[in-house]
Design a protein around this ligand. Structure first.
Ligand code: ADP
Length: 643
């Protein structure tokens, strides 16, 4: 067979035109596409060599290699491999058609974008080889199938004019060489510095060496292998451009901890070793490898919107995207690392990852794996886990809200200070529930800004007296999130909110007291009706005279203060004033009320009582001046009962 001219399919021609247009500013991707094809071809040859003895298992002399050559005079850049190669038929079918289904729809979509840049559309198709026409006006492919003894090969050539030629040739070496006749205004790609940069940027971790002949100036004597100091001469040396270190593809047992650490520092720009490494691969319907790191300390900007989360996505060792946020749930955004997928198309774009089921599979797997690893740390290396938790516990809690499916797993990972912990030690739900006394149905918690503040809170009086443990929650999001949490069927209950019924006996007693203080409760409620939602006898208080309690579903005072300080409008919610029926002050007020339901003094006392409740919840009195004057008056004894 000799030279033959053939037409591209119409679709291919259309696609070529459109693609050249829309990928205009992403031309440089041509090199990574060709390198990736070459690498695939080598992988195939290596694979075939397992069963076909005619194919060398190591690529023959010099080993498997991708070789880039620049010929400035001829204006060509070529990429050669010693991989599987193509037969004449294969070249015609593989390089002359676009095999993807949905090509028509794709062309329509491209047309619609009217030549606007639309790499995200291109991203949905492996345009691969055709991207060469972004920078070349003529592309020549020389190929010889691996395994064939004769030197017969083929030459495929096209100028992207709707047709290509195919011819039989003699080819010395096995494999494929793609020769790009670089366009006049793209000559920058004939610069070895430029090429080296592109290889580093996109293909550094390609497993096979990517070599290039570079001219170097050396001493003439040095060039001859003698001691230096001669004239300068130019020599050509073969340089390997990529580090080839696809660390994540090595088996775990072959990797030194220091290698992991160096790699982490390289990708994260961190100076410190990571505190943990998770490395695993998945085979089967979905195939990918994932290498994840937990930074030793949490990034300072992690709670800000500007924080760039995400993993680096590789597809078959080709770097595709950095900061790929779709591979992780938000609450694991502290993880750094890489994912290398065998399933995603090489030209996958950020937009395309949006609703991609493969990506969801990876994300789910990583989430499960990471949570599993944290659990393992908690169970087996508790001290190390506590360190981890202090950095990332706040973030894990976000998952309670956003990852409903894994709520239980996340709940299990949480740790807290409590009224029973000393210093900075922490307790888990497991420990709390294990130590719960009989009849306790709920897990009690208090939100506060410091452990100190929580431990001194009047809301804890009855709990302390009864020896009931209360968890101390210090994170800003606790109030929003923890209310709905359950552990082993035990609900969480804020000691600050809602009515408390610690035990049955007490409930009975409370009913009697409510009856006894009925008059006072009515008067106080009337005086403070602008400020409070109601008055009741407290089950919380033992020492303090009173406190303010939000309803069960309401926001807790810490949260309310925080949001107010951020200038947010908080819907008005009137709290309940709880009174301590065993406190002498209340006895006195009840007596005042009985003597004279309209007593001015009782009203003064009521106002002070309310201000005290405000102070106890951490707020300011309604009117500081009025409060101080009232207290001063009472202290000076001038407010004695009128005779
Ligand atoms: P893709 O790589 O996504 O299949 P391409 O357009 O890049 O799409 O390549 C089309 C086909 O051409 C490949 O699937 C392969 O069969 C063949 N091919 C391309 N480059 C080479 C090469 N260097 N060696 C052998 N075959 C190749």
């Amino acid at each position: 067979m000799t030279e033959k001219r053939m037409e591209f399919k119409t679709e291919t021609t259309q696609l070529l035109d459109l693609m050249i247009h829309s990928l205009y500013s992403h031309k440089e991707i041509f090199l990574r596409e060709l390198i990736s094809n070459a690498s695939d071809a080598i992988d195939k040859a290596r694979f075939e060599s397992l069963t076909d003895t005619a194919i060398s298992e190591d690529g023959g002399e010099g080993g498997f290699k991708i070789k880039i050559s620049i010929d400035k005079e001829a204006g060509t850049l070529s990429i050669a491999d010693n991989g599987i190669g193509m037969t004449r038929d294969e070249a015609i079918t593989e390089l002359g058609t676009i095999a993807h289904s949905g090509t028509k729809e794709f062309i329509e979509a491209l047309k619609e974008s009217k030549g606007k840049e639309s790499p995200e559309l291109i991203g949905q198709f492996g345009v691969g080889f055709y991207s060469t026409f972004l920078v070349a006006d003529t592309v020549t492919v020389l190929s010889r199938k691996a395994g064939a003894d004769s030197k017969s090969g083929i030459k495929w050539e096209s100028t992207a004019d709707g047709s290509f030629s195919i011819d039989d040739i003699e080819k010395e070496t096995k494999g494929t060489e793609i020769i790009l006749h670089i366009k006049e205004d793209e000559k920058g790609y004939l610069d070895d510095y430029e090429v080296r940069g592109l290889v580093k940027k996109y293909s550094d971790f390609i497993e096979h060496p990517i070599a290039m002949d570079v001219e170097k100036e050396v001493d003439s004597k040095e060039a001859e292998g003698k001691e230096a100091e001669g004239e300068k001469v130019k020599v050509t040396e073969e340089e390997t451009l990529n580090s080839q270190k696809a660390l994540w593809l090595k088996s775990k047992s072959e990797i030194e901890p220091s290698e992991y650490n160096e790699f982490y520092k390289h990708i994260s720009h961190d100076y410190t070793d990571p505190s943990d490494t998770i490395h695993y691969n998945v085979e089967g319907t979905s195939e990918f490898t994932s290498l994840l790191f937990v930074p030793a300390t949490r990034p300072v900007d992690i709670l800000y919107k500007e924080y760039q989360m995400g993993l680096t996505l590789y597809v078959k060792r080709v770097k595709i995207l950095e900061h790929c946020e779709k591979l992780l749930p938000q609450y694991l955004r502290f993880l750094k690392g890489v994912v290398d997928s065998s399933d995603l198309p090489l030209n996958v774009s950020r937009e395309m990852l949006q609703n991609n089921s493969q990506v969801d599979v990876i994300k789910n797997s990583i989430t499960k794996k990471a949570l599993g690893r944290f659990k393992e740390l908690k169970d087996k290396e508790y001290d190390r886990y506590v360190k981890f938790y202090k950095e990332y516990g706040r973030l894990l809690k976000e998952g309670l809200h956003f990852d409903f499916e894994r709520r239980e797993a996340i709940t299990d990972l949480l740790l807290f200070a409590s009224t029973k912990t000393e210093g900075d030690s922490l307790r888990s739900f497991e420990q709390y529930v294990g130590d719960m006394g009989e009849g306790q149905e709920e897990i009690f918690y208090i939100t506060a800004t410091t452990i100190e503040e929580a431990k001194n809170s009047p809301y804890l009086e009855v709990f302390n007296e009864k020896g009931l443990e209360v968890l101390i929650l210090l994170d800003d999001i606790d109030d929003m999130i923890m209310g709905g949490v359950e552990f082993k069927g035990k609900k969480l209950k804020s000691v600050i909110k809602g009515d408390l019924n610690v035990d049955k006996e007490e409930t009975e007693e409370k009913k009697e007291l409510e009856e006894k203080f009925k008059g006072l409760i009515g008067s106080v409620a009337e005086t403070l009706k602008e400020n409070i939602g109601g008055v009741r006898v407290s089950s919380r208080l033992k020492d303090s005279p009173c406190c303010l309690v939000p309803d069960e579903g309401a926001m807790d005072p810490n949260m309310e203060r925080m949001l107010k300080s951020m200038g947010q409008d908080i819907p008005e919610h009137k709290k309940t004033l709880e009174i301590n029926a065993t406190h002498p002050l209340l006895e006195k007020m009840a007596a005042l009320q009985e003597a004279d339901a309209e007593s001015e003094l009782l009203k003064e006392y009521t106002e002070v009582l309310y201000d005290q409740a405000l102070l106890l919840e951490g707020s300011k009195p309604k009117d500081s001046t009025a409060f101080v004057n009232r207290v001063a008056k009472i202290m000076a004894g001038s407010a004695v009962e009128p005779s």
